[in-house]
Design a protein around this ligand. Structure first.
Ligand code: NAD
Length: 361
């Protein structure tokens, strides 16, 4: 029996998570999946009850789980709080506690939604990229850091970009393993011409590549990668990069598909325990209206089935069900084209479950 922690969070988080849970419950009730689920408060909703965004009991539930499903955290209600108490702090706390060093962000364009992209359909149709971003190291965590006052009184801000060989190696291994389940191509992105830390990055990735002779490796400077992603994004299969470069490139890649409500993510540790969440935030502007798109969260469940629960065929079933629902023309407001009617969050979730059910007949 696998344990899944359910952390709905704030804003539209509980609305979209409810539909993803509906999918998990359906698979459980069908007898296809042995799981038990436990709920925890996180973010602003946890602050309101416990006075902190990541209470000890939530952390315990997460640490005992094989996989964690997170909605989203944050909202205007908590924006004035000191940084340490803000909902977003819970994300960093969870990532650090779980040691999830590999952030997987697929950028997939569903053919049914080709018109949603700001790029020409011929540039993005068929797009299927997996960005593997290092998540717990690099310049976001390096010491020393801070703002100091120089002798002549001027202030100077400074951060440190630091990567050890083992940190690079483990995320590179993850990228090559994933490439083996896809079209076997890894592009490693760095700035090896300027930054010594990423010169080492390139050296270690090249060394790891030697253990995967069946996977083609290329290296690209980050400025070129940013350009290539909008020029000819379909050249990429798996893209592996540092924390900061991945932060920027994964948002760029996500936007190629034009729909923030469709994109899932996974963050994995050494043993494949994972934190799964849609890439979007808590969308306070539409919270409580029942109109949010739940597909990014449902597709996060598909990633959970693939990576942490080791049920690749169930993952494929969920992805197929989402595709079938899009084929049927059902759209939430964010992915609607023209004057077509939009369905609610719940109707979209129910449609995915119906599509799963009809796969059996
Ligand atoms: P956002 O992703 O919440 O919203 C951006 C826009 O996209 C909004 O117009 C929103 O209505 C729309 N949108 C987002 N998800 C959607 C969905 N599933 N269906 C339909 N439309 C959707 O980003 P933001 O407005 O910059 O941030 C709002 C809050 O969320 C902030 O407090 C921010 O800190 C937080 N946030 C949290 C996470 C997270 O929990 N991982 C990530 C990003 C932002």
């Amino acid at each position: 029996m696998k344990k899944v922690a359910i952390l709905p969070g704030d804003g539209i988080g509980p609305e979209v998570v409810a539909e993803a849970v509906r999918v998990l419950e359906y698979l459980r009730d069908e007898g296809a999946l042995g799981i038990e689920m436990e709920y925890g408060l996180v973010g602003g909703s946890a602050y309101d009850v416990h006075g902190q965004p990541l209470p000890a009991e939530t952390l315990k539930i997460a640490e005992e789980a094989d996989a964690i499903l997170l909605g989203a955290v944050g909202g205007p209600k908590w924006e004035a709080l000191p940084i340490a108490l803000r909902p977003e702090k819970a994300l960093l706390g969870l990532r650090a506690a779980l040691g999830v060093f590999a952030n997987l962000r697929p950028a997939v364009l569903y053919p049914q939604l080709a018109d949603a992209s700001t790029l020409r359909p011929d540039v993005v149709t068929g797009l299927d990229i997996m960005i593997v971003r290092e998540l717990t190291g690099g310049i976001y965590f390096g010491q020393p850091r801070g703002v100091r006052t120089l002798a002549h009184g001027e202030r100077q801000g400074f951060n440190t970009l630091v990567y050890s060989e083992s940190e690079i190696e483990r995320v590179a291994v993850r990228a090559f393993e994933i490439a083996r389940t896809r079209t076997r191509r890894v592009c490693s992105v760095d700035k090896a011409n300027v930054l010594e830390a990423t010169e080492l990055w390139r050296e270690v990735v090249t060394r790891v590549a030697g253990r995967y002779p069946d996977v083609a490796i290329t290296h690209m400077y980050v400025d070129n990668a940013a350009m290539q992603l909008v020029r000819a994004p379909k050249q990429f299969d798996v893209l592996v990069t540092t924390n900061m470069f991945g932060d920027i490139l994964s948002d760029e890649a996500a936007m190629l598909t034009g729909s923030i409500g469709m994109l899932p993510s996974a963050s994995l540790n050494e043993t494949d325990r994972g934190l799964y969440e849609p890439i979007h935030g808590s969308a306070p502007d539409i919270a409580g209206k029942g109109i949010a798109n739940p597909l990014a969260t449902i597709l996060s469940v598909a990633m959970m089935l693939r990576y942490s629960l080791r049920e690749p065929s169930l993952a494929a079933r969920v992805e197929k069900a989402v595709s079938a629902v899009l084929d049927s023309g059902l759209r939430t407001a964010d992915i609607r084209q023209g004057g077509a009617a939009a369905v609610s969050t719940r109707a979209m979730g129910e449609a995915v479950v119906s599509a799963l059910r009809s796969q059996l007949s």
